[in-house]
Design a protein around this ligand. Structure first.
Ligand code: URA
Length: 235
């Protein structure tokens, strides 16, 4: 049974929404209690996760291994309902070995908290596990070499929802070159398991274009409703 959130936590959530620049209380008045994340432990998949972790950390499939400080596998719960997929590690992520730890990462944390989540209860990964020098876009060859790792992460995690942030992750996952503005705001499904995917703007873009935060909030609400629906139809 899902835990009910108390009023002080609701106030906290509104503070995060405020940090996002979203007047949610005026817009929606949505004070529905959030579902607590599924905290069941992984059952028997540890070997596979450790295999893929080892493979990623030793990977030399593309030239990025020559310039990386370390690989950035991903972080979070291996039994998470939500999987967040970004583009590639930046300088700070390359230094620390964890995705989304720079300024954009702080905003991603705020986005997650706005829907009652944090980086321990979701799983966060990138399309690329190594930093492209100068933070350039991933090359087609780099994305296709690294794609197998991402696909295996998705297969192991079996998330109830993938939230793809930014154009690079969105286009790769959906196999399209449609602009992000046309992909966000609705549900897509990928793979034989038809995993629901919601696309939204990248937090680094939001830092430059805060006017888009409202759309991101709508995308987060859509994502949350998909997870809630999947959870209630399984119980
Ligand atoms: N941007 C991304 O897409 N991923 C990160 O890990 C950091 C910044």
């Amino acid at each position: 049974m899902a835990a009910m959130r108390s009023n002080p936590e609701k106030t906290d959530r509104f503070a995060y929404l405020d940090a996002l620049g979203i007047d949610v209380w005026r817009l929606r008045g949505n004070d529905e209690p959030l579902e607590a994340p599924d905290t069941e432990q992984a059952t028997g998949s540890h070997a596979s996760w450790s295999d893929i972790r080892a493979e990623v950390s030793n990977c030399q499939k593309c030239a990025l291994h020559q310039t990386r400080t370390q690989t950035v596998f991903g972080v979070g719960s291996e039994t998470a309902d939500w999987m967040i997929i970004g583009e590639a590690p930046g300088a700070e992520e390359d230094r620390r070995g964890e995705p989304f730890v720079g300024r954009a990462g702080k905003l991603l944390d705020e986005m997650l908290r706005a829907v009652g989540l944090d980086r321990q209860t979701v799983f966060i990964a990138n399309v690329l596990k190594c930093r492209p020098p100068g933070n350039r876009d991933p090359l087609a060859d780099e994305s296709s070499q690294c794609r197998a790792y991402l696909d295996r992460q998705i297969e192991l995690l079996k998330p109830k929802l993938i939230l793809a942030v930014g154009r690079i992750a969105a286009q790769l996952l959906l196999g399209t070159d449609a602009p992000l503005g046309r992909l966000r705001g609705r549900q897509h499904k990928i793979g034989p398991a038809e995993i629901p995917v919601v696309i939204t703007y990248h937090p680094a873009y939001l830092l430059r274009s805060p006017a888009q935060k409202r759309k991101v909030w709508e995308d987060l609400c859509l994502a949350r409703s998909i997870v809630q629906q999947a959870s209630s139809s399984r119980s």
